[in-house]
Design a protein around this ligand. Structure first.
Ligand SMILES: [Zn+2]
Length: 209
């Protein structure tokens, strides 16, 4: 996974770190039992790396992922972050299940709890959905700038159409379309930010902008 998005125009470029159910599914995190690993992002023209530890617990009583990482504040102070993201399973055809994240963020004192396919680290300390991080708003701006840009509601609508992620080891048509839309969504954000902030040109270039 790679990223490079910054909403606040801070001096150092943090990556747009994200976790997707597709990525976790591909790497076996939704199989029954316990699984753990590390996700690493490379961002910025200096190719700086950052990572999180992630584990999943899937059994009859519990379906969740646990995330651990350290963030560095502006003043250089380090903060360890550690929390659960509940998963929601929805039945697919043929008796299998697909998993979604339940957005764990509170916004204006209200629990979000949206069922989403991707969580972003946005400009906060915790991973949350695109609604919580106002990426929906950013996407609206981007769609004004770029033709063919995918809007967040379009992605949500497509996600609902995904009855099954894989068939005989291959992603299904609807799932492929959903992933493509997620990709286009991010691409649009990169383009939008690159245009707004030339400092991100180096990152945008990697994405073929
Ligand atoms: Zn949310």
């Amino acid at each position: 996974m790679r990223g490079g998005w910054n909403s606040t125009g801070r001096a150092e470029a943090d990556g747009l770190k994200k976790i997707s159910v597709g990525f976790l599914n591909k790497h076996g995190y939704f199989e029954r039992g316990y699984r753990s690993g590390v996700i690493t992002w490379t961002s910025g023209w200096d190719e700086s790396k950052s990572n999180i530890s992630i584990s999943s617990t899937i059994n009859d009583d519990t379906q969740k992922v646990h995330i651990t990482y350290t963030i560095t504040k502006h003043d250089g102070e380090k903060k360890d972050i550690d929390y659960d993201v509940p998963l929601t399973a929805t039945p697919c055809n043929y008796g299998s299940e697909r998993y979604w994240f339940t957005c764990p963020l509170y916004r204006n004192g209200r629990y979000c709890g949206r069922r989403v396919g991707t969580l972003y680290l946005g400009n906060g300390d915790y991973f949350g959905c695109r609604h919580c991080y106002d990426l929906t708003y950013a996407s609206r701006n981007a769609s004004e700038m770029y033709k063919g840009f995918v809007s967040a509601p379009d992605i949500d609508a497509q996600r609902e159409k995904v009855k099954r992620m894989y068939y005989r080891g291959e992603p299904t048509r609807n799932y492929r379309k959903y992933l493509k839309m997620e990709e286009q969504f991010e691409m649009g954000l990169f383009k939008a930010v690159a245009k707004l902030d030339k400092r991100f040109g180096g990152i945008a270039k990697k994405y073929g902008v």
